[in-house]
Structures are given as C-alpha cells and as structure tokens.
Design a protein around this ligand. Sequence first.
Ligand code: DGI
Ligand code: FE
Ligand code: FE
Length: 202
Amino acid sequence: MDNVYIESLRKKVKKALAADKNRYRHTLGVADTAACLAMRYGVDVQRAYVAGLLHDCAKCVPDTQKIQECEAWGLDISPYERKSPYLLHAKLGAEYAKRLYAIDDPEICSAIASHTTGKPAMTRLEEIIFLADYIEPRRNQASDLAEVRKQAFVDIRRAIYTVTADTLSYLKSREQTIDPMTEQTYRYYAAIFEKDGKDQTV
Ligand code: DGI
Ligand code: FE
Ligand code: FE
C-alpha cells in the first residue's frame, strides 16, 4: 500500500458518499483516528487508515438496494437486519471493499463488516475501527465521549465495554431492535472486566 493507492481509494470513497458531505468528513475522521489508535496499539497504520476510509462506503446506498445487493451476492440477511436494513451497510461495505475497491486483505474487510455491532473477540484492527467510528472528532452525540476518547488510548477493550453498554441503553431507551451481535459484543467485553476488574490482554 502506498500513498498514491490510498489517495485513489479516498477519491473513490468521496464520490460514493457524495450524497452526504458530513458522511465523507466523518469517514476521514474515522480513518485518521484509526491511524492514531494503530500507532498506539502496534497495528499497521496504513491498513487501519484504509479500513477507516472504507468502513461506511455502503452507507449512502438506499435500503432497498442494500437488501437487493446482499441477496444477489448471497450474503445472509438476519431478521434483525430485515427490520433495520441500515445495519446492512457494514456487511455490504465489506463486500464493496472486496468487489469495488479490490481490497484483498480479509482483516480490513472483517473490520468493515463488524464496525456497527462489533463482535466478540475482535482482532485489534477490528477493535480499532469499531471504536474510531464512535470517537472520531466530529462525533458529538454520546454523553461520555471525553472519557471514552481518553480510555481508547489507555485500554481499548475497556473503552469498547463502555461504548457497547452505552449503545445498548440508547437502543433500549428508543425501543429499537437490538441485533443479538450487539448484545454478544457487550457481554464479551463486559466479562473481561467483570472477572477481575482489569484487562490482562493489553
Ligand atoms: O454508520 P455510522 O453512523 O457512522 O455508525 P454505525 O455504523 O456504528 O451505526 C450507528 C448506529 O447503529 C447507531 O445509531 C446505533 C446503531 N446500532 C448499533 N447496534 C445496533 C444498532 N441499531 C439497531 N437497531 N440494532 C443494533 O443492534
Ligand atoms: Fe457505519
Ligand atoms: Fe461510521
């Protein structure tokens, strides 16, 4: 991966997200934040940057098209995704990364696929994209962002524990459908800390 290649990906993503300028700005924020977290956790900075650039590449596709494309490409659609088709932008984005952006790095694709719900036992790159999406500088919704941002650079798994707990209570308060994967992610990261209060794996 060199800078010319990454620049070509950036331009392509900008076009794919042209319908929503804020989405493109958010994307750049996620890519930069992912690169910073990669420096902290010893992950390849360019892979993290590229995964950040592409994480929402399917976001601006209409929901009906998301469903059609997933079906056409044989990607499973769970009942939860049928109910909230916007969730599919993660899975479909991973497929776009492969098919439209020629990404042949499976971990970049899996980081894109799991960026919305997370999943138990994420790789460090997957954890970085999951968290960068939540803490990038333009985000301003979540209540404890300042604390999570700090935590992200101290103990990424604890930050994921905090974020998934907050997301679940947000979804419950709005009576939104909860994808079982979101719940499983929370339980996995909660268990790390509820055992002994300290993450042994960082
Ligand atoms: O695409 P972004 O907006 O940058 O961020 P994202 O892909 O993390 O999507 C965020 C939204 O996804 C946020 O409003 C919470 C929602 N979400 C996460 N897990 C679930 C969920 N929504 C539902 N309905 N069910 C889930 O399990
Ligand atoms: Fe997203
Ligand atoms: Fe995002």
